[in-house]
Design a protein. Sequence first.
Length: 135
Amino acid sequence: MLKRTFALSALAAAMFSMPALAQQQGEAEAQAAAQAQMEQMQNAVITEDQLEKFVDALEDIERINDDFVEQLENIETQEQAQELQIAAQREMVEAVEDAGLTVEEYNTVAYRLQSDPEIREAVEQIREEREDNGY
């Protein structure tokens, strides 16, 4: 379960940020901006409220991803796959925003989830408590 959380959070974070950044700037500038963004995410303070909202969004993103994978199995062309991916990305952004986070805040938590044991434990604990309470 936790490995899947890491994979989905990393997938979503990558989908939300890097393609647009790379398109807007030259490669060297994009790399410098990405490095600065990672440093900012690494140093950001993450609140308990943000963690709760992150878990809300992540649960929706997992559902969206499962639907995407299922639909992808029936796709016949690359164009259809791209359209499906764009639609899934749009749904993921909406899920993040509906949970009360900005995409940047979501990406920050997703990034830290991969590298910060305290954040990882906090997210895991929230998810376990929700499972225990029937969420």
